[in-house]
Design a protein around this ligand. Structure first.
Ligand SMILES: [Zn+2]
Length: 61
């Protein structure tokens, strides 16, 4: 047992074990990498920003 709990990624919505948890919200390592490499002009960028906004809102609460 290594505590490999499955979490539901808030970005892709899939169950993953690898990733990071911010304010009880999980982002899988795959999405984290994609976000890092996504250009601001990329079509996917607004989607990531939208998903992350939910985290920022919780941080401010
Ligand atoms: Zn993901």
């Amino acid at each position: 047992m290594e505590g490999r709990t499955e979490h539901c990624c808030i970005v892709c919505g899939q169950q993953k074990t690898e990733g990071m948890v911010i304010v009880n919200q999980f982002i899988c390592s795959g999405c984290e990498q994609e976000m890092v490499h996504t250009d601001v002009k990329d079509d996917k960028y607004p989607f990531y920003v939208h998903q992350l906004k939910r985290l920022w809102l919780q941080l401010q609460a």
